[in-house]
Design a binder for this molecule. Structure first.
Ligand SMILES: [Fe+2]
Ligand SMILES: [Fe+2]
Length: 198
């Protein structure tokens, strides 16, 4: 796919190479699965196929950076509540702060794409169509194998908002089961999409 120059100066091949260089073979396979699913969801729900492809390819771009790189980026960046943010880890940082590496290194300036990357693990109360597509595609791509993934796939192509709700509820249950920290934004996502809080 040749991208129009609106969102990145790179074409798909160059973007794929830049992403591949930064991660394991296994993670790159996941990224390609997310792209395939995100493009299918964009077609299904009338989103931008090009933005879905770009956002999916770069969503985990920073996942293999060291904690030190993230900590430095947080200290120097425009983040609210830096002290709080520093208490979390790669699972939260690779999206929220990963968008900064994407913008810096991959010439991607489109705010909707960057926001979809920022929100891809936590979701948010307010999500664009693209943000929902990436959030859900990350959860149901063909390489994902967990109990319930088939249900999630059926729901996703039927009703994207319901898929956001399904994923959020199950992710939270999983986090609580493992006694993991819950990032507050994940609770906002839960309140909005699972409980319908306006
Ligand atoms: Fe991720
Ligand atoms: Fe991912």
């Amino acid at each position: 796919m040749n991208y129009s120059a609106d969102y990145t100066a790179m074409d798909r091949e160059a973007l794929m190479q830049a992403v591949q260089m930064r991660m394991s073979e296994r993670r790159f396979t996941h990224v390609l699965g997310v792209e395939e699913t995100a493009v299918a969801l964009a077609k299904r729900f009338g989103g931008s196929i090009e933005k879905a492809s770009i956002a999916a390819l770069v969503h985990d771009y920073a996942k293999e950076r060291t904690d030190e790189e993230f900590q430095l980026a947080i200290e120097q960046g425009p983040y609210e509540n830096k002290t709080e943010l520093l208490k979390y880890g790669n699972a939260i940082w690779h999206g929220l702060v990963g968008a900064y590496f994407v913008a810096q290194e991959l010439t991607i300036t489109d705010e909707e794409i960057l926001d979809a990357i920022r929100l891809h693990t936590t979701g948010a109360a307010e999500m664009s169509l693209l943000a929902k597509i990436i959030y859900v595609a990350d959860y149901i791509e063909p390489g994902r194998k967990f109990p319930g993934v088939e249900d999630a796939r059926v729901i996703a192509f039927n009703d994207l908002d319901q898929a956001v709700a399904f994923e959020t509820k199950h992710t939270l249950l999983h986090l609580i089961e493992g006694e993991n920290l819950i990032y507050p934004k994940t609770l906002e996502t839960y309140n909005r999409w699972v409980c319908g809080l306006e």
